[in-house]
Design a protein around this ligand. Sequence first.
Ligand code: SF4
Ligand code: SF4
Length: 484
Amino acid sequence: MINLLRFMAATALIVQAVIGLTFLISSIWEREKRASIFAALQFLGMLGLVIFFFYLQSIDFFDTAFGIFCLWATLISGLVGFYLLVRKTAWNQKALEGSKGLIAGPVKRQDEREHVFARNRALRPGSDQYKKFYQTHPDWEESDAARRQKGGPIGHPGTIDSPHGDANVAAALASLNIPLYLSSPEKVKPQAHPHFNSEKFIMAPEEATVRIKGFTRHLGADLVGITKLDPLWVYSRRGEIFHENWDDWGREIETNHKFAIVFTEEMSLDMVGTGPHTPTTLESMRDYAQGAHIAAQLAAFIANLGYATANHLRHYECMLVPLAVDAGLGELGRLGYLVTKEYGPRVRLGAVTSDIPLIPDKPVDIGMEDFCKVCKKCALCCPSGSIPMEDPTVVNGTLRWKLYAETCFEYWGKVGTDCNVCMRVCPWSHARTFPHKLIVALVSRNMIARRLFTVMDDIFYGKNPKAKLVNNWATYKPWKTKKR
Ligand code: SF4
Ligand code: SF4
């Protein structure tokens, strides 16, 4: 029995030392200096304990009554700690209801014309649309005019890194052209290929679901889920105008599609790690381009089977975050974005709506609401104070954290990028190396783990982590040319 006890204690210590070592390797690989130092200290501490254990063993300490008592005490406290950390705490029933779990009163469908991007891009001073909109929304006219004067929500692109980051702006704008091109009416509502015009596919929902999800992943999506389309999350009227299609402005959006296929693409950790500098915007735009490319092809595929509309940057008919929550891709975080278990908030979304019969997924509970209540890191680090520190409040009939979009865009305008600091600092955004996967597995099921790892994150990464450099082609610092 004593031998078994010794063996278990030695194994537990060695396993902890090995986990400490994986933390150290992971932190070095992530180029996180501070985390590497703390991980090294942690690893050395565990290694010291292992050595001390074998020293005590060599002097027969564990043969004494006190030694046996120490072994038992260590083992029991270890087991209790392990149990407290891994047991599943009560499910959050609201999270399992998806977006319905957030509803706390009457919800008015959002009019896309009121969206800051639509206001800025579609309302040209002097036009009929401009006069009509500001007659009913006079409070926004002055601030919108001032924003337009400064160049729109992103102001002068790349201001924060100018002139060294101008090449990153050039690359970001190149990617932005793709969603613009793919937002033409025939591409967001593709017609079936002539080969399929007279034929209607009859396919069981199970098969259609497998084929559609598989094709979406094949096109490059990292996560894909399906939900029944809740009409509450469909914009009531179109507000964005492209290709001079002015008849579209104010057009009522029909909600006759029954399903939404929602997908995410991971954003590069290195690039997001630079936020609010230009590489992060380059990455956002690359992801939007990829999302538009996936959505357009997926919609064309479904159009050949039935009918579909692509939703991507520059052409949204739906609000994608609540749809993604309903499709089981993650939960809404304090920062106002979707937070996924696999990549945290470090994702961009796209969707295709359709009436082809599919099997919907179920919303998930990954512990976000509880985690965000204690964490608050995004709110503390947000340079414009746009993320609330308080508990969720009721916004248009939904109980959630309200992001102050106007001040957030003010900051974007100042730096000339889409910032992404909140995304960068979120503890769920770390690389999915073994130790981080282990932490996510624990925090998504256990309340104590959530509290423990918010503190650990502050220790390892700092309360307000700094933006990183990218030592590659997308650098935003003066280019260093090697001497010949
Ligand atoms: S994008 Fe930047 S300014 Fe906007 S909420 Fe996030 S951290 Fe704040
Ligand atoms: S930083 Fe913290 S509070 Fe903000 S979304 Fe991430 S987990 Fe939630």
